[in-house]
Design a protein around this ligand. Structure first.
Ligand code: WT7
Length: 571
């Protein structure tokens, strides 16, 4: 079973002695990096941006290297500091205060990052939304969080059901348009008039910073709530796991609508004052290789799906580029196939370091460190300061090499502090002092963790987390669909694809046009990545006596597996 292990190379890594650090490290040791140690207060916007802008030796350093088709721009720490001050003034002018929820719904752009830090400087809680969300997804999130303001682009405005969102007071529009409503604020006009000095809102460590909505197996998406104190873990993992050094050029490919794109696309690099590459636009292997080469990227954090697509694009393509600056590669979001690690060794002459964490955990927890041996197929070991184990259903620890539920001792700095509006959901994550992840895994005798799958029905498609319930709910809104059950079907490239089983309402006849219409319906109302790639019409959908869709049975059908205990099946 055990693949060949890949030893660490000699190197000047920030964390060189894992065992010793693990034995001695305490999170309090990291307080000294932040103003909190002296003043008792923090703001992540100060620590990530303003601190470097105040320092004459880093003020003019490039913070953001932005490129997208048709736009290239770079901003220094001094510039982001001044621009986000302006934006904070705009928000204040329109009544934004500490604790308000202010959402961002726009593509990656310099304005996104300026707005994000402007929001944080006012003490408000930022809610980034993935730009591909359609109306229903946007509505669910703004409604649940009772968002007060939204920053978006004119193009995306039609997906914001304003009449149905009574708490939404203003919409700030980034882009040229005729302003027809008193509800709209023009980003550029306001920025021009705003002062570039702002009195930052000093926060307590446990004050709210961010809400990321994510999917579970039941119910609507959950608002995972994070606090400013999370920065300590962003900083420490930036040092140990990303191995960031002053002169690095760092690129994280994730969108800030997802947690990787904030914790590691924004905070970790900038807390370290490192130059951060942001690439907009769609993925193509050529485009990504160009980006790595053009900016001389040295540390690269990406996802298995993207890496698998690079593998498919072939080795000849790799050889046409110069990747001599690249020194450290990392991956997150889904299982990293050992074949991909093998390919990485050939293509880049580098190991790819898998990391495991979740929206709820706020930062990396189980990782492959540059100074440690990599065991392909394993997510690695818990970082110092983190206690990880495998528990059974009652929350009791189980011995090595046995599969169970991956659990983390609750209370690490970047752990979510709540599920917005849903305290019982939040509590349901914890048992016996453990945060229970819902991932099945085992650990070996040496403390390496091996991912096995999800224990619930949550789907991971191309590294994006999709709740089957959301898709099922949307499907049955289509006039033709009576019932729906949705599963993840294994797929070599995407990890899983979404497959829907449906029954049709009387009067509807199965046809490829109808199925395509149903697919498009989900795509245009929810999000492209949530639309089922396969739809199969059935006479009935299996349900338990209590009416729960038996997704596990659907999956067994799909995979041709034995169906197991069906005693709770209806009829
Ligand atoms: C789920 C969390 C925060 C990272 C981006 C995804 C899966 C995450 C790995 C990994 C295997 C992984 C898990 C986890 N996952 N990293 N290294 N190996 N699976 O965040 O959307 O909250 O999803 O992604 O199933 O529970 P997310």
């Amino acid at each position: 079973m055990d693949m060949q292990r890949i030893p660490a190379r000699e190197g000047n890594y920030n964390l060189r002695n894992y065992d010793e650090t693990r034995a001695t490290f305490k999170w309090e040791d990291a307080h000294k990096y932040f103003s909190w140690d002296k003043t008792g207060k923090v703001n992540i916007a100060y620590e990530a941006i303003d601190r470097h802008a105040e320092n004459p030796s880093t003020k003019d350093k490039v913070a953001l290297l932005y490129s997208a088709p048709g736009r290239e721009e770079s901003l220094t720490f001094g510039e982001i500091s001044a621009e986000s001050n302006k934006f904070a003034n705009v928000l204040r002018k329109y009544g934004v205060h500490k604790g308000d929820r202010i959402f961002l719904f726009m593509p990656r752009s310099p304005e996104f990052y300026i707005s994000l830090f402007g929001i944080l400087k006012t003490g408000a809680i930022a809610g980034p939304l993935f730009e591909a969300f359609m109306e229903q997804a946007v509505r669910d999130r703004l409604e649940d969080s009772e968002a007060k303001m939204l920053i978006t682009t004119p193009d995306l405005l039609e997906r914001v059901p304003q009449e149905e969102l009574p708490t939404l007071e203003k919409i700030i529009l980034v882009g040229n348009q005729e302003i027809e409503s008193s509800k709209y604020i023009d980003f550029y006009n306001e920025m021009e008039a705003a002062s570039s000095s702002f009195e930052i809102e000093w926060m307590d460590l446990e004050d709210g910073m961010l809400i990321h909505y994510t999917s579970g197996s039941t119910g609507k998406p959950k608002g995972v709530y994070h606090v400013h104190y999370a920065m300590i873990q962003h900083y420490v993992t930036g040092e140990w796991v990303l191995d960031l050094k002053e002169d690095d050029v760092y690129w994280c490919t994730a969108d800030p609508g997802w947690v990787t794109g904030t914790s590691y696309g924004v905070f970790a690099p900038w807390l370290h004052g490192v130059t951060n590459v942001i690439r907009g636009g769609r993925f193509t292997p050529e485009d990504w290789y160009d980006t790595l080469e053009k900016h001389s990227v040295s540390v690269w954090y990406t996802a298995p799906t993207a890496l698998r697509m690079l593998v498919s694009a072939g080795e000849d393509l790799v050889k046409t580029y110069d990747f001599s600056s690249l020194r450290h590669l990392l991956s997150v979001g889904e299982p990293l196939n050992p074949e991909v690690i093998t390919w990485g060794l050939k293509a880049f002459d580098l190991r790819i370091h898998d990391t495991w964490w979740m929206t709820e955990t706020g930062a990396q927890l189980i990782v492959n460190l540059p100074s440690e041996e990599v065991r392909p197929g394993s997510m690695g070991k818990p970082i110092p300061g983190i206690e990880a184990t495998i528990v059974d259903n009652e929350g009791n620890e189980i011995p090595p090499n046995q599969m169970g539920n991956l659990a983390i001792r609750a209370g690490w700095p970047s752990m979510m502090r709540g599920v917005w509006n849903n305290p019982s959901k939040f509590e349901s994550y914890f048992i016996n002092g453990w945060y229970v992840s819902g991932d099945s895994a085992y650990r070996d005798e040496d403390g390496y963790f091996w991912f096995q799958g999800r224990l619930d029905d949550v789907i991971n498609t191309s590294g994006e987390r999709v709740g089957p319930f959301e898709v099922e709910s949307k499907l049955i809104e289509h006039p033709a669909v009576a019932e729906a059950g949705v599963i993840g079907k294994p797929d070599p490239q995407r990890g899983e694809i979404i497959k829907a089983f449906i029954t049709l309402n009387p009067g509807f006849v199965e046809s490829s046009e109808l199925l395509e219409d149903i697919r498009q319906f989900v795509k245009t109302e929810l999000a492209a990545h949530a639309a089922p790639r396969e739809i199969e019409v059935k006479d009935s959908i299996p349900k338990t006596r209590s009416g729960k869709i038996m997704r596990r049975l659907l999956k067994s059908w799909e995979l041709g597996l034995p169906t197991g205990d069906m005693s709770t099946l209806e009829v």
